[in-house]
Design a protein around this ligand. Structure first.
Ligand SMILES: [Mg+2]
Length: 380
């Protein structure tokens, strides 16, 4: 087992060089949810080089607009090329920034990846030894066209262990019924991304009551993160469908409170929202301690973040199918070696030392739209 590493990065050695890359990668098809429409995936990669020459990678998979997470790509980029690279240049230390968990997490993950490679340690020693993990295929809104959602769900069900439908209040019931009728026995969950009104007198209360009567695996984030826990608890006891927190799961304290209050029983663990994979692992362990279950959620990561998230998904604390799927579900070509499907509803967990799969140099060059580094040279 590797020595303990603090999630705040305080015991990570000063780097020789840190570089950040803003990249834009074409998606196979546009993605729609309650908060965003994506036609390509703009993401940020961090490269950490140690003084011993070993290099590690981390990804900041923020989105262009707030909603899904409060930290946007533009904000994360500004912080990385300003305060973060400034602090690393001047002092060699990682600055703390609770408002920038994804950017901070990318730096921490890159530093950890480099350290594990330097010491020839596999992330499996930190998290888990599973070689493959089951996946949930996430079905986008498809502009509200239900036939398209059903067709997409049927196609994805062939190579997934579960399905998750992105829904909005006015069409959720119709979409859920249509997909449940079409896909057979595969577990189906809903993700509302906080779009239902928690006011008990609102029309959404009736809509949720109807959804709770369906044979769903769980309903994720029905209410916005700031909705009273009492509203969650009332919904949780109103039916047999478990509730999951996603956007609400921003810290270990929030997660413990939600589970203890009976507001939910499932937690979506997203390394980028929690400040990196080590911090996320601690939250996953806390979920188990509180009697809940969890899964590693997805943020349309490219291969760097996807491979890192899968290392955590292999841990014994993350028992439900992960949202992190094979590359081919989203991209013609990934910036790293593709994350591969097992062919029976799962994905292969990366093997070998380190945490993340490294980007292919040629694809990194082709898709980089901006870059910066601590030593102000164009990185390789
Ligand atoms: Mg979600």
């Amino acid at each position: 087992m590797v020595d303990a590493v603090n999630p705040d990065g305080s015991d990570i050695e000063s780097p020789a060089n840190v570089a950040v890359f803003r990249v834009r990668v074409p998606l196979l098809r546009s993605q729609h949810s309650a908060h965003h429409d994506l036609i390509d995936r703009e993401s940020i990669l961090v490269r950490w080089q140690r003084t011993d020459g070993h290099v590690g990678w981390g990804e900041c998979p923020t989105l262009p607009t707030p909603g899904y997470a409060t930290e946007t790509t533009a904000e994360a980029w500004s912080w990385l090329i300003g305060p973060a690279l400034g602090s690393l240049s001047e002092t060699g230390s990682i600055p703390d920034s609770p408002a920038r968990p994804a950017a901070l997490g990318a730096i921490r993950d890159a530093a950890l990846d480099a350290r594990l490679r330097s010491e020839s340690i596999s992330a499996a020693a930190l998290f888990g030894e599973r070689e493959q993990v089951p996946t949930t295929a996430v079905v986008a809104l498809a502009g509200g066209v239900i036939d398209e959602v059903v067709d997409r769900a049927v196609a994805l069900a062939a190579d997934a262990s579960a399905l998750k439908l992105k829904v909005v209040p006015d069409s959720a019931l119709e979409v859920a019924r249509a997909v449940l009728d079409a896909v057979g026995p595969i577990p189906v969950a809903l993700d509302a991304n906080g779009s239902f009104d928690p006011d008990p007198t609102a029309v959404d209360a009736e809509r949720l009551a109807s959804l709770l009567a369906l044979p769903l695996a769980y309903i994720e984030q029905p209410y916005p993160p700031r909705a009273p826990l009492e509203r969650w608890r009332s919904l949780a006891v109103a039916g047999d469908v478990p509730l999951a927190v996603d956007e609400s799961a921003t810290s270990i304290g929030e997660v413990r409170t939600a589970l203890r209050s009976g507001a939910c029983s499932i937690v979506s663990i997203k390394p980028a929202r929690l400040g990196g994979v080590l911090a996320a692992s601690a939250v996953a362990d806390a979920v188990v301690e509180e009697g809940g279950t969890c899964f590693v959620g997805g943020m349309f990561e490219l291969g760097v973040g996807r491979s890192t998230a899968l290392r955590l998904a292999a841990s014994g604390s993350c028992r439900l199918p992960t949202d992190v799927g094979p590359t081919a579900r989203y991209l013609e070509e990934d910036i790293t070696e593709a994350v591969g499907s097992t062919g029976d509803g799962g994905v292969w967990v990366p093997v070998g030392s380190g945490l993340a799969s490294a980007p292919d140099p040629e694809r990194l060059r082709r898709w980089t739209v901006d870059h910066a580094a601590t030593d102000r040279r164009r990185p390789d």
